[in-house]
Design a protein around this ligand. Structure first.
Ligand code: ADP
Length: 491
């Protein structure tokens, strides 16, 4: 397979930073190597941008802002429609690049590109719906007008696990709102980001409206986004730890923040659910992206009366999963992103087993010609998991399904809520009253009832508690890039 990225084929051409409408190498001339996590092979290079580049990008975005904000919503929308069209036209090449750079199976990469394109068209449409309000006044001679205006320059930081859709989920609403953007993608997946920006370049966005800083060390670039007074807002998807660091930094200048952080999703299967159907759902969402998604269940709570049937079905489905290169037909398990992730799996499983958990499947690194080049971890099922184990509290971000038994509804709600996280949650029940009761009681931003994918460009995505602030997608996703302004008028 040829990776459709000319920049990856030449060591000397690493002009992967996109600043003020032009491709440039980093100011330092340094570059960063990009590897295929499934084989360890070198697949390309990107410029290793630093503070100087980030400052130049922020300046370009600040200069471009007034002109971009003054465009009509219809004009801004037209660019996003065109980007949508181009992304779909290139979807197969983008998916192949994603599989090479991030490791996910090609079918999953294709689905992600469609999801990424959905944000472009959703916000192309929402751009035209930045409605304001008029509010009745208590004074007969007064009128209130509420309007929304773009915040300004947005600093956006995205992760490696969904290397294209996490970019469009931020860029599309920011551009629709009239903001300009400086994006810093994850150091593991700069090539996908470059291809997204190639599309933005080709649709002819005015220079400076969207800027890309690929880098090896996120700290100096992050520092510029936090301290440069021209940046009005920071939007971040990644770990809770880094999210808190950024929120602290943003507080100094009271920059707006949207944070989409870690999760610790409960997956609750009540006694009235079909255990086989629930286990099928659990296997799909737990092992989604090899468990490397913030909405992956981290604790599977199963009613005691149906536990055996649930575990049996889950074990059978896990046994049928095939690991390997995402380009191999039938593969559903990709590599972990790096050695640190592998070490976390080993540690969490070791700790659980030492404290009495039973290993029903997996629990080891996979070996063999297809998988030796990467960190492939066998899909793992643990039973007899208890609150004393690390896996009960820590985000796993990998292919381990810990099962906990419960006896009644109040007990399981209390256990599910006993976490500092609050992103996704899942409930399996055929009882409508229970579904509503439990939905109201769970302290999570998203709840799937007999549904493993409560996400869409049209639906608000985000968490409560330490899972973050703000929402992405939906109309709420646009509001994140707007300030509310009140005009009071005496007549
Ligand atoms: P993960 O564990 O998923 O890699 P991180 O939160 O470390 O999660 O990374 C998510 C994004 O945050 C990446 O783009 C990464 O480069 C960036 N990042 C990590 N540390 C910092 C930092 N100190 N300042 C700014 N960005 C950071």
């Amino acid at each position: 397979m040829t990776v459709p990225n000319p920049r990856a084929e030449s060591d000397s051409d690493v002009a992967s930073l996109y600043i003020d409408g032009a491709w440039r190498p980093s100011a330092s001339g340094r570059r960063l190597a990009v590897h295929d996590p499934a084989s360890g092979a070198l697949i390309g290079w990107a410029g290793a941008g630093g503070a100087e580049d980030a400052t130049a990008a922020v300046a370009a975005a600040a200069t471009a802002f007034p002109g971009w904000a003054a465009r009509t919503a219809y004009e801004r929308s037209a660019y996003l429609y065109e980007a949508y069209r181009l992304m779909l036209e290139r979807s197969e090449d983008l998916a192949k690049l994603m599989t090479t750079e991030q490791g996910k199976p090609l079918r999953a990469a294709r689905a992600e590109v469609r999801y990424a394109a959905d944000f472009l068209i959703w916000f192309a449409e929402e751009a035209k719906r930045m409605y304001g309000q008029t509010i009745p006044s208590a004074r007969a001679d007064q009128r209130f007008l509420v309007m929304h205006q773009p915040i300004g320059v947005v600093g956006a930081i995205t992760p490696w696990n969904y290397p294209i859709s996490m970019i469009t989920r931020k860029l599309a609403p920011a551009l629709a709102a009239g903001c300009t953007v400086v994006l810093k993608p994850a150091e593991q997946t700069p090539l996908c980001a470059i291809e997204v920006f190639r599309i933005l370049d080709e649709v002819g966005l005015p220079p400076g409206v969207a800027n890309l800083i690929t880098c090896e060390d996120p700290v100096p670039v992050g520092e510029v986004l936090l301290t440069d007074p021209a940046v009005g807002k920071l939007t971040f998807t990644g770990s809770t730890e880094v999210g808190k660091l950024l929120a602290r930094g943003a507080a100094d200048q009271m920059k707006r923040v949207s944070l989409e952080l870690g999760g610790h999703a409960p997956f609750i299967v009540f006694e009235d659910a079909d255990p086989a159907h629930a286990a099928k759902g659990a296997s799909l969402v737990k092992f989604l992206n090899t468990g490397q998604a913030c909405i992956c269940p981290n604790r599977l709570f199963v009613h005691r009366s149906i536990k055996d049937r649930f575990v049996e079905t889950l074990r059978d489905r896990v046994a049928a999963m095939r690991a390997g290169s995402g380009f191999t037909e039938g593969v559903s398990v990709g590599p972990l992103i790096d050695e640190a992730a592998y070490e976390r799996m080993t540690r969490q499983v070791g700790d659980a087993v030492a404290k009495g958990a039973l290993l029903v499947a997996g629990g080891r690194r996979l070996t063999g010609a297809d998988v030796d080049g990467g960190y492939f971890y066998a899909p793992t099922v643990l039973t007899e998991v208890t609150p004393e184990m690390d896996i009960y509290r820590e985000e796993t971000f990998g292919p381990i399904a810990p099962i906990i038994v419960f006896d009644d509804e109040d007990e399981v709600i209390a256990m599910a809520n006993d976490t500092r996280y609050g992103l996704a949650s899942y409930v399996y029940t055929r009882d409508l009253s229970r579904a509503l009761r439990v939905s109201e009681a769970l302290r999570f931003g998203m709840i799937g009832i007999n549904d493993i994918n409560p996400t869409s460009a049209a639906a608000p995505f985000g968490g409560v508690k330490e899972s973050g602030l703000g929402r992405e997608g939906a109309h709420e996703g646009l509001l994140e890039y707007l300030e509310t302004k009140l005009v009071g008028i005496s007549i």
